[in-house]
Design a protein around this ligand. Sequence first.
Ligand code: ATP
Ligand code: MG
Length: 267
Amino acid sequence: MDRYRVKPGSRVDLSQQDPNDKSAFPGGKREGRQQLLELNQRLEELQELLYAEHKQKVLIVLQAMDTGGKDGTIRHVFEGVNPQGVRVASFKKPTPEELDHDFLWRVYKQVPARGEIVIFNRSHYEDVLVVRVHGLAPKDLWSKRYDHINDFERILADQGTTILKFFLHIDIHEQKERLQARLDEPKKHWKFNPQDLEERKLWPKYIAAYEDAISKTSTDWAPWYVVPANRKWYRNLVVGTVIVETLQALNMRYPEPGFDPTAIHIE
Ligand code: ATP
Ligand code: MG
């Protein structure tokens, strides 16, 4: 999955990243479904191990343009995983109380504890994305946040948090189709937000903001992955594989029992 990992210090040009790429899993959709089932099982086992070992903390950040598939990714990649050990934190428009604090205040409260996986559905990155695009804070404020974010993530990493960040990369044509589908299918109407059409007009500005954010904050301790996301099955496989491979590399162990199980006889 290294091909999608953004090397620290490199400059991302999203126009050079193909959202239709499927080079890592050339087998196609059908085979992909099977591969995802296997990933789901491995993730289920690894999550249980993580919970039992109670040492590691895992933070997964999901960012995407509207309709980019954050919700679908969570649903499909974590299918079958015990909900007790996984938590989703969604970051919406900040409340007045949140706005009275610094931008990381609400984020810090949601970071994973030992044994926990937390998925950020949107994140502190909104504070250098929507905030920048809409001028919700002055430039001299948001432009310092890239460093603040790197330092914040460094603190988490130094205290034993494994951080993975995914940008689900769709193109503007794919967004049109997905928005249209939300209009065409009555069961999807609830997902349609007329405001998304206003945001869509700002596409190039969002892309520029994403390129800056990803380039400035892909670090050894909190790497970004730019995931080709026009094809949902492929997106799920890439995200699932990165997570599974990362968890495997943690070399987790079930805790040693504080008793000798062979010496115990249950009457
Ligand atoms: P869906 O993709 O299913 O619509 P969503 O994540 O877009 O889900 P919404 O309630 O539609 O959820 O949108 C949340 C909104 O909150 C987004 O437009 C996002 O940009 C905005 N938001 C999140 N964080 C901030 C922030 N720090 N400042 C301003 N706006 C924010
Ligand atoms: Mg939305």
